[in-house]
Design a protein around this ligand. Sequence first.
Ligand SMILES: [Zn+2]
Length: 416
Amino acid sequence: MTAPENRTPQCRFCTAPLTRTFANLGAMPLANSYLASIEDADQEQPYPLHARVCDSCRLVQVENAVPPDAIFSDYAYFSSFASSWVEHARAYTEMARQRFDLSAQSQVVEIASNDGYLLKHFVAADIPVLGIEPAANVAAVAEAAGVPTRVAFFGRELADQLRREDICADLLVGNNVLAHVPDLNDFVAGLEFLLKDDGVLTMEFPHLLRLIEEVQFDTIYHEHFSYFSLLTVEQVFARHGLRLFDVEELPTHGGSLRIFACRTESSRQSNGNGLAGVRDKESRAGFDGDDIYAGFQDRVGVVRDGFRAFLAGARKDGKRLAAYGAAAKGNTLLNFCGIGADDLPYVVDISPHKQNHYLPGSHIPIRPVEVLREDRPDYVLILPWNLRQEIIADHGYIRDWGGRFVVAVPQIEIEP
Ligand SMILES: [Zn+2]
């Protein structure tokens, strides 16, 4: 799977050679490969993390240099642990039921359905569902909650299999999965194949516009192969017979798009305003030119320098530090900036699946959230900055001892 050193990689959508760097973050272990014991650090495998942009279709992408079983063998993420995300999913299901007239005669299919956090709302409304989830341990949680779930990777082959079983979708949902797909063309072809003639597809993914504007380079990691603009996703879908008829901008994951698509030949009317608005924003930002992509690496370096300077200053002043949230994006930040347990002695996390493990690369220990009250750190660095408001609201007690929350991206910001 690993590419020879001197081969020019190709765009995973249009196969044009990828010659332009977007962000080269060096070599680091997989962001989700938490270590059960510090002795496992010897076996840790670093892989290059180098995002490039295609000069032809403008897809920003990380080369698939990692064996897939390394990525999914011990997947530790459970959607239901983030309460704001659970509410986001509930509100989506309400909207979709009304807007698309879903009933007991409809079929909803969700790809990467995780622990059933979203589909369970359709189940409660007696709308038939099928979840597709590659991680068997996560799928088992969904099944136990009454959400029928198939343990599989989605692609053209699975779509074929489902059609043979007479399953096709009135509503096909995929949230935060498109970016994780190594074979993009096979995946989108499968979407088109599984959709009923008048079916609707919605997908949410982090918006490249926000990633660039807010220097969210820490959302780049090996498991996250593609970074989409509307400009690019419309080309990808069009090639596979799908047409976007609406788009919404969402605050989730640092700023996402929710796209609405149907078959190209569907009579469904387009909400021209939504699409035109986002197309215009991207065009004004220069998304069809080279410069906006080429200038990103330097901006990443500025964030790193600011973060290191903050840590050095805090240490000089004798301040005590901790981090909150053993999130994937935190690992990119810490490993790119060369931060270890000497700089940041521990991170707390709400998930029992991560506690008593170590972060990959930085080897910072993960401890239960209660440790904050015992240790009373001066600064608590929030790694999953997309959950910043929620974390500050839930853990305001750190102010009782003068503790303050800090975020490092897009620049150091210390909460008052
Ligand atoms: Zn391309």
